[in-house]
Design a protein around this ligand. Structure first.
Ligand code: ZN
Ligand code: FE
Length: 256
């Protein structure tokens, strides 16, 4: 039973900001506000009152609206303890396994280093909603700006272990180029080919490809398949260490 209403806001060239609201209490969190104005405007038109900001990581396109939204609403800003020094306006710090209550809805904090060392995800288990910032994208994953391939692979495996029906609300609309790349290295993957058709149709209709089901990602996203025999064979790395397979996949995407 879902206790959350979720509103997706597309900003800048490809960022998504999310508003999540507990239906029972009206408590409402903004996830990764790159900007303030579109968030405040959306909240006003929905009649929602912002009570929290949840940051997944410190990059400006996920935190740029923090202070202006806090000034306008008096909301509480929550982020990873290890990144408190670089999260603007932070009020409360969290670490792996902590629970964050938005009214009666509850998110669990999952540490997912790799894109940055202090990256976290918020998993609302009851609503099957995962807010994973720039760790996992549909058909892709974040670049390794601070962490190692081993760290990112461990982070992605943690997310992959969540229930298949989990909806992945990621930080960017990168799916179409991600799929284009993925098809070059895993061309016979039926799940990926099906996803490519779906993504092309959604984009042609001007619609978002996000959220995506985690179970579909596990079958189609090459960055979740470094330990799959089928993917390793397609990629010419049969029997290799999954961290090496992941690292090569990430490197190849960086130069695509
Ligand atoms: Zn980022
Ligand atoms: Fe980002």
């Amino acid at each position: 039973m879902s206790t959350l209403d979720i509103h997706q806001i597309a900003v800048l060239s490809d960022n998504y900001i999310y508003l999540v609201r507990c239906r029972a209490t009206g408590a409402c969190a903004v996830i990764d506000p790159s900007l303030a104005e579109p968030v405040l405007a959306a909240a006003e038109s929905l009649g929602w009152t912002i009570t929290h900001i949840l940051n997944t990581h410190h990059h400006y396109d996920h935190t740029g609206g923090n202070e202006e939204i806090k000034a306008a609403t008096g909301c509480e800003i929550i982020g990873f303890a290890g990144d408190a020094h670089r999260l603007p306006g932070i009020d409360r710090t969290v670490v792996e396994g902590d629970r964050v209550a938005i009214g009666q809805a509850e998110a669990r904090v999952i540490e997912t280093p790799g894109h940055t060392l202090g990256h976290i995800a918020y998993w609302f288990a009851e609503s099957s909603a995962l807010f994973c910032g720039d760790t996992l994208f549909s058909a892709g994953c974040g670049r390794l700006f601070e962490g190692s391939a081993g760290q990112m692979w461990d982070s992605l495996r943690k997310l992959r272990a969540l229930p298949a029906q989990t909806l992945v609300f990621c930080g960017h609309e990168y799916t179409q180029p991600n799929v284009t790349f993925a098809l070059t290295i895993d061309p016979r993957n039926e799940a990926l080919r099906a996803r490519a058709l779906e993504v092309d149709a959604l984009r042609a209709a001007g619609r978002p490809t996000v959220p995506a089901f985690l179970g579909d990602e596990a079958r189609s996203n090459p960055f979740l398949r470094a330990d799959s025999a089928d993917f390793q064979e397609a990629f010419g790395m049969t029997g290799a260490d999954p961290v090496e397979v992941f690292a090569r996949t990430r490197l190849k995407k960086d130069h695509f």
